[in-house]
Design a protein around this ligand. Structure first.
Ligand code: CO
Length: 210
C-alpha cells in the first residue's frame, strides 16, 4: 500500500473531467486500495481519483461506522430535496463552506468484483457521493458557494499554508460541448478572493473533509 500525494486547489488537474474505466484490472484495484489508504491517512471520508492525480472515474468513501466503499464509474440516478450544509475538501485544507446538497440520492456504480451496485444514501453518505462525483467532473464544492461569505477558515490548518487570491477559469471546447458542459462553464468562471475570507467562529467546524 502507498500513501499518494493529494493535489491541492488550484491545481489544474482538479478542473479536468475524468474518463470512464473500461477494465477493472489488478492495477486499478491496487490503485483504488492506495486511494482508500490515502483517504484514511488524511482523515477524510471521501477521495476522488483526480485528487491524487489520475483522471479516472473512481472514488472512495468511508463514513463513520460504515464499511469503506470503492466505487468505479459512479453516477447519481436520482436526487431528492435540498439542504444547506457545511462542507470541506482534502484539496482545500483549512476551509469549510456552506453548500447546497440533496437530502437523499440514489447512485449506481461498479464494485471491485465488477458487480453493478445500486445504492440509496442520505445524510453524510449522500453528501460525500455528490461531492466526489463532482470531482470527477472537474467541479469543486467552492463552485456551489453562493458567495465568498459562505466560505470560512476552519482554523485547523497550520499557518504554513499561504493563500493568495485565486482567479480561475475553465475553458471547454465548445465544438462538442453538451448543454451540461456549457452550464458547468457558467458555474466555474469565477474568482475567489481567498484573502477576503475571514475566520468566523459562529460557523460550526465541518468535522469531515471529502
Ligand atoms: Co473534495
Amino acid at each position: 500500500m502507498t500513501i499518494l500525494p493529494i493535489r491541492l486547489f488550484p491545481d489544474p488537474i482538479l478542473r479536468k473531467k475524468s474518463k470512464e474505466i473500461d477494465n477493472i484490472d489488478l492495477e486499478i484495484l491496487e490503485f483504488s486500495n492506495n486511494m482508500l489508504e490515502t483517504m484514511q491517512y488524511a482523515k477524510g471520508i471521501g477521495l476522488a481519483a483526480p485528487q491524487v492525480g489520475r483522471l479516472v472515474r473512481l472514488i472512495t468513501i468511508q463514513v463513520p461506522e460504515c464499511e469503506p466503499l470503492i466505487m468505479f464509474n459512479p453516477y447519481v440516478n436520482k436526487k431528492l430535496g435540498k439542504r444547506m450544509i457545511p462542507e470541506g475538501c482534502l484539496s482545500v485544507p483549512g476551509f469549510t463552506g456552506i453548500v447546497e446538497r440533496s437530502i437523499s440520492i440514489s447512485a449506481t456504480y461498479i464494485d471491485k468484483n465488477k458487480g453493478k451496485i445500486q445504492l440509496s444514501a442520505t445524510e453524510l453518505l449522500s453528501q460525500a457521493i455528490e461531492h466526489e462525483i463532482d470531482h470527477l467532473n472537474g467541479i469543486m464544492y467552492l463552485d456551489h458557494l453562493e458567495s465568498h461569505e459562505k466560505l470560512h477558515k476552519t482554523g485547523i490548518t497550520p499557518d504554513d499554508i499561504h493563500w493568495h487570491d485565486v482567479a480561475y477559469k475553465v475553458s471547454i471546447n465548445k465544438d462538442n460541448a453538451t448543454k451540461m458542459d456549457l452550464e458547468t462553464e457558467g458555474i466555474i468562471e469565477r474568482k475567489i478572493e481567498l484573502s477576503k475570507i475571514k475566520s468566523d467562529g459562529s460557523i460550526e467546524e465541518a468535522s469531515f473533509d471529502v
